[in-house]
Design a protein around this ligand. Structure first.
Ligand code: SAM
Ligand code: SF4
Length: 349
């Protein structure tokens, strides 16, 4: 069910409407990414050490009820899109209820999920019925030996079964997220692009980001997306631009293919001016930028008797302090303290 949004008034300094979540630079935030768990059933080398991380105790993570309170309050500020992530969100015992609770919320247009896909074959149908619009499946290689070396688990067959189940379930959007890694999967770019030949899905190549305790991105694995773009162009010739989401500055359709290929400059940060997202960590902290370290304690508001308006006030505060872009946020983080997170599983990607 959707609710019409308040109309946006633009003033000399950007949007004026206090019913919308806006920042100093005129950006409008309508997308909330929520990490629902920190734990994961894989151990991707760029994300989590083999031994895991010091996981937050369960009682310190937001409950299903608290998460849905945030979603509900957010709609009053124009939040329209929810993405559940983690950790591995399909490990959350209430993931279906979380999807149903958000999808049935007036004002929410779509609920999506980012998953490693291992448990998806079991849950795809139920999630679709609960109102999930789309899934992003993270998959960096199509080769079993490589899959085991990057995730430290042998689950490629399960992930591929998950993808198939998602296709059968009929989601509006299915995307494959591929972290581009030099010397690891740069010879699989075309294999991934070929997945879009007959299937209506988007394969997205994403730059490696410096968010892991072991900093593997410093070890020469970073692959510039120019290399991916060149490989695609030399294989397929000129690529037709296709419409992509806010993060997909470069979305292409290979001539004659059903699906799309997109490039996401996650490290290069050339998309910050179009940023429309706020993040909520599993332990209840708002983050206004992936590259910043400052956190806003929403759990304290939720557990301290805060009202929906108090939740909205903290969302406004977090967004009000958002830096111009990820480079500025990183600089502020160096000077201004904040909390270092050792893994993307805590922030949600
Ligand atoms: N477990 C789920 C998954 O893997 O899809 C959701 C959480 S995961 C942290 C979300 C996304 O972050 C995944 O697509 C993953 O590839 C990406 N990610 C994690 N660490 C990254 C890094 N250092 N650089 C780039 N992407 C990263
Ligand atoms: Fe788990 Fe996703 Fe991190 Fe891989 S990227 S360890 S699947 S949270």
């Amino acid at each position: 069910m959707t609710q019409s949004l308040p109309t946006l008034k633009i003033g000399p300094d950007g949007p004026l409407d206090r019913h919308l979540l806006t920042d100093r630079f005129g950006r409008i935030f309508n997308y909330l990414r929520i990490a629902v768990v920190e734990r994961c059933n894989l151990r991707c080398i760029y994300c989590m050490p083999e031994e895991g991380i010091p996981f937050t105790a369960r009682k310190e993570l937001l409950t299903t009820d608290e998460l849905l309170r945030v979603v509900r309050a957010g709609t009053g500020l124009g939040i329209r899109k929810i993405r559940y992530t983690g950790g591995e969100p399909l490990l959350h015992p209430d993931i279906v209820a979380l999807v149903a609770g958000a999808a049935s919320q007036p004002g929410i247009d779509s609920v999506h999920l980012t998953t490693n896909g291992v448990l998806l074959s079991r849950l795809a149908g139920e999630l679709r019925q609960a109102g999930l619009s789309g899934v992003n499946i993270s998959l960096d290689t199509l080769r079993e030996d490589r899959f085991a070396s990057i995730t430290r688990r042998s689950e490629l067959a399960a992930v591929l079964a998950g993808l198939e189940a998602a296709q059968t379930a009929g989601f509006e959007s299915i995307k494959i997220n591929v972290v581009a890694l030099r010397g690891f999967n740069d010879d699989e770019i075309i294999d991934f692009a070929e997945m879009t030949r007959d299937a209506d899905l988007t394969v997205r190549f994403i730059e490696l980001m410096p968010f892991d305790a072991h900093q593997i991105w410093k070890t020469g694995t970073f692959l510039r997306l120019d290399v991916v773009r060149q490989q695609l162009a030399s294989e397929y010739g000129a690529l037709a631009a296709a419409e992509g989401s806010a993060t997909e500055t470069e979305a292409f359709r290979i001539p004659g293919f059903r699906g799309k290929v997109a490039l996401i400059p996650a490290y290069t940060r050339s998309l910050c001016s179009a940023c429309n997202r706020v993040r909520l960590t599993a332990d209840g902290k708002l983050r206004n930028c992936l590259y910043g370290k400052h956190e806003y304690d929403l759990k304290a508001v939720l557990r301290g008797g805060g009202s929906a308006e108090d939740i909205r006030d903290l969302l406004r505060e977090a967004v009000g302090h958002k830096a111009r872009d990820g480079w500025a946020a990183q600089e502020e983080a160096v000077d201004g303290g904040g909390r270092e997170r050792v893994s993307m599983t805590q922030i949600g990607g």
